[in-house]
Design a protein around this ligand. Structure first.
Ligand code: NAP
Length: 295
C-alpha cells in the first residue's frame, strides 16, 4: 500500500508517523508539499503513485481564521479539491479529515452523518466547503472528528495539564459540549479504513465515546495529576473568542464504527492513555520542566 500523508507535522500527522503503519509511505510536512499548489501535488503524485492520500493538512487557528479568511479557505476548501483531483489523476483515493464544527450546535442529540451541517464562523465554513469540494471529485472519504488532542504540540490537553501542574487558577467554558478525541484513536481508525482498501466515498464520523464540556474535560485532566488548582466554570460569552463555536457538537460515530469494524475508547480512557503516553515518552521530563517553570 503506497500512502501519502499531507500536513505530516501537525498533531494528527505526527501521530500517524509515530504509529508507522505503512511501509511505502511519504509523510509530507508543509515545507515538503504545499497542498494549495496543484503543480506541486500533481508532480509529487505522478512520481510517487500513491494508492491513498491522507490529508491531515489544515488551517486550524479557529479564531485567527476570522481575520485570515483567504488563508483559511485556501487550505481548508481549495486544497481538498486539488488533493482529490490530483489523487484521481493517478487512481488514488483521498481520506480527508473534517470537523464537528460544521454543526452549529443546535439540539442535544449526537449528529449522524446525515445531519444537515450549519457551520458558523470562517474556520467551520471553510471546512464545510472543503468537504463538499473533496466529495465532488468522487474519490474521497471525509472523516469528521472532534476536539482532537495528542501528546504533540499545543492543544487543550497539554495546556490544561501544564496549568494544573503550575497550580494556576483557570476559567474554563462549561456550555460547549462535545467529545474529546485522542489523536492516536483517530489515527488507528484511519489506518484501519485505509488498510481495508474498500475505497468508500462519502461522509463518516469518528470520535471517542461519551460527552463532556471543556470544563468537565479540564476537571478530569486535573484529577489525573492530582492537582488542586481552582477551575472556574464560565460561559462561552465570558471567554470572548473571535470565532463562534457550537454549543453541542457531539458526533454519532456508531455507523462508521460498525461499517469499518472500528474499536473506540471513551474520552476518559483516551485522555488517560494520552497521559500515560506523555509520562512514558518523556520519562517525567514534562513534569519536571513544568514544575521548574513554576519555582
Ligand atoms: N484540532 C482539533 O481540535 C480538531 C478537531 C476536529 C477536527 N480537526 C481536523 O483534524 C485535522 C488535523 O488537525 P490537527 O489538529 O492535526 O491540525 P494541526 O496540528 O494544526 O496540523 C495541521 C498541519 O497542516 C499543515 N498545513 C497548513 N497549511 C498547509 C499547506 N498549505 N500545505 C501543507 N500543509 C499545511 C500545518 O503546517 P504548518 O503549521 O507548518 O503550516 C500543520 O502541520 C484537520 O483537518 C482539522 O481541521 C481538528
Amino acid at each position: 500500500m503506497r500512502v501519502v500523508v499531507t500536513g505530516a507535522n501537525g498533531q494528527l500527522g505526527r501521530t500517524l508517523r509515530y504509529l508507522s503503519p505503512w511501509t511505502e509511505v511519504a509523510y509530507l510536512s508543509h515545507a515538503d508539499l504545499d497542498v494549495t499548489s496543484r503543480v506541486a501535488l500533481s508532480r509529487f503524485f505522478e512520481q510517487f503513485r500513491p494508492q491513498w492520500v491522507v490529508n491531515c493538512a489544515a488551517y486550524t487557528a479557529v479564531d485567527r481564521a476570522e481575520s485570515e479568511v483567504d488563508a483559511a479557505y485556501q487550505v481548508n476548501a481549495l486544497a481538498p479539491r486539488l488533493l482529490a483531483e490530483c489523487a484521481a489523476e493517478v487512481g488514488a483515493h483521498l481520506l480527508h479529515i473534517s470537523t464537528d464544527y460544521v454543526f452549529c450546535g443546535e439540539g442535544n442529540l449526537p449528529h449522524t452523518e446525515q445531519a444537515v451541517p450549519a457551520p458558523e464562523g470562517v474556520y467551520a465554513r471553510s471546512k464545510r466547503a472543503g468537504e463538499i469540494a473533496a466529495l465532488d471529485a468522487g474519490n474521497a472519504l471525509v472523516l469528521r472528528t472532534s476536539w482532537l488532542y495528542s501528546y504533540y504540540d499545543r492543544n487543550f490537553f497539554r495546556t490544561i495539564l501544564t496549568k494544573c501542574l503550575q497550580q494556576t487558577s483557570l476559567r474554563v467554558v462549561y456550555d460547549q459540549v462535545g467529545t474529546p478525541t485522542w489523536a492516536t484513536n483517530l489515527a488507528q481508525a484511519i489506518i484501519a479504513i485505509v488498510n481495508k482498501e474498500c475505497r468508500e466515498t462519502g461522509i463518516f464520523h469518528y470520535s471517542d465515546l461519551g460527552v463532556c464540556s471543556w470544563f468537565d474535560f479540564a476537571c478530569y485532566l486535573r484529577s489525573l495529576i492530582g492537582a488542586t488548582n481552582t477551575l472556574v466554570p464560565i460561559r462561552t460569552s465570558e471567554w470572548q473568542a473571535a470565532a463562534p463555536r457550537p454549543s453541542y457538537s457531539v458526533l454519532d460515530s456508531g455507523y462508521t464504527r460498525a461499517y469499518f469494524n472500528l474499536s473506540a475508547l471513551s474520552w476518559m480512557e483516551g485522555a488517560k492513555a494520552c497521559f500515560e503516553e506523555l509520562t512514558h515518552r518523556e520519562s517525567g521530563a514534562f513534569f519536571q520542566r513544568e514544575y521548574m517553570e513554576r519555582c
